[in-house]
Write a protein that binds this ligand. Structure first.
Ligand SMILES: Cc1cc2nc3c(=O)[nH]c(=O)nc-3n(C[C@H](O)[C@H](O)[C@H](O)COP(=O)(O)OP(=O)(O)OC[C@H]3O[C@@H](n4cnc5c(N)ncnc54)[C@H](O)[C@@H]3O)c2cc1C
Length: 352
């Protein structure tokens, strides 16, 4: 085995696809049952069309050259985030207010969501070289040549090179890495995983009824449970959807999942009108329950947006045999989709 890539999120998929195309013998090992990592879609019957994004939604190709290049090379289409009409501002005055709120310059959505990138990359990987539901538990030196990758089952794989495309805090807290210095282990532990403590709610409707009422679908709230919400409908308005970020802390929302859904529908009805009370579906994706993404440290120390981490995160370790390549390790847009693509490209380029 030339290379084992650990973690089949966007960064790991990028590395594995590029290495395979360069002729390397690559194995991609993923702890969870599916690829994509923090990128996930809610799909329609038959697991086909994407109805909503449960992880990231937005990219900024105007300011993100790596994203712009990948969107173009994968033949993907983008469209503006819908923001026409009034937003609803809730919890700042005794009754909710209506007023327009400016959108973000350059912020767009991908047709099919960021999952479209994952799907296209996954097609470029030989399924026989992908192992899902296979957590890695340790990385050990193998003589002077390679790396022993220990799996949760106790099985080991030996490779000349390893790319670690898993959240840095997850690596520090769940993997045995006896070769890592104390300084490196501390750095990994100190690097938060962007959005790992968040929960996202997607409500699907038969039509974007709020648009007829002159509303953009956007909500800014101090009352919650959604602190902000946005129109999440498809490019032409269908499927019609609203998504929001949940403000309840992880322990509260995990204790009261049904109460959370009721409170979300009450809030959406108050802000967007009574039709919001009866969605076709309401999905809550709580990332803080996924032990392959979040750690106790992330939950106890909520993070600011990650800055560019020290260069040691991008340097090879164990005589060049092990590299980190996850979004938070990137020197470009760390924590974001662009960071994941850039980190994955960089690892592949260096190994090639
Ligand atoms: C709710 C939410 C909203 C977001 N919104 C945006 C947005 O609008 N725009 C944007 O640019 N970014 C956004 N992000 C961030 C974006 O999703 C991430 O930057 C990107 O998906 C990270 O990809 P990655 O491959 O680097 O890491 P990850 O997606 O975290 O992939 C890591 C993979 O490693 C696997 N793994 C972990 N431990 C092991 C192990 N021991 N063995 C094997 N595999 C393991 C995990 O299961 C996972 O599949 C958002 C994230 C979330 C959660």
């Amino acid at each position: 085995m030339d290379v084992v890539v650990i973690g089949a999120g966007l960064s790991g998929l990028t590395t594995a696809a590029l290495l395979r195309e360069a002729g390397a013998d690559v194995q991609l090992v993923e702890a969870g049952p599916q690829v994509g990592g923090r990128i996930r879609a809610f799909r329609g019957p038959g697991n086909t069309s994407v109805l909503g994004d449960l992880g990231p939604t937005w990219v900024w190709p105007k300011y993100q050259p790596v994203v712009a290049r990948w969107v173009a090379s994968l033949g993907l289409e983008t469209f503006e985030q819908f923001n026409e009409g009034d937003a609803v501002i809730q919890g700042y005055a005794p009754t909710a207010l209506r007023q327009p709120l400016p959108g973000q310059d350059g912020m767009v959505r991908i047709v099919g969501g960021p999952s479209a990138i994952v799907d296209r990359l996954a097609e470029r990987i030989d399924p026989a070289t992908l192992r899902t539901s296979t957590p890695v538990t340790g990385l050990f030196e193998d003589g002077s040549q390679g790396v022993i990758v220990r799996l949760g089952s106790g099985e080991v794989i030996t490779a000349r090179r390893v790319v670690l495309s898993i959240p840095l805090r997850v690596a520090a807290t769940t993997l045995q890495m006896p070769w890592a210095t104390r300084e490196l282990a501390d750095l990994l532990r100190r690097t938060p995983t962007w959005m790992s403590t968040h929960a996202k709610a997607v409500a699907l409707y038969d039509r974007p009824f709020w648009r007829q009422a002159g509303l953009s679908g956007r909500i800014a709230s101090r009352a919650g449970p959604l602190l902000e919400a946005h129109d999440h409908s498809g490019k032409d308005g269908f499927p019609a959807a609203i998504f929001g970020f949940v403000g309840w802390p992880p322990n509260v929302r995990q204790r009261e999942p049904d109460g959370l859904k009721r409170a979300i529908l009450d809030q959406l009805s108050e802000c967007l009108g009574p039709s919001a009370a009866n969605p076709d579906d309401l999905i809550v994706q709580d990332w803080a329950t996924n032990p392959h993404i979040v750690t106790d440290l992330d939950i106890s120390e909520p993070a600011d947006h990650p800055g560019i981490g020290p260069a040691v995160l991008r340097q090879p370790h164990l005589d060049g045999r092990i590299r980190f390549a996850v979004s938070e390790a990137s020197e470009v847009s760390p924590g974001l989709i662009e960071g994941a693509l850039a980190a994955g490209e960089r690892a592949a380029r260096e190994l090639i």
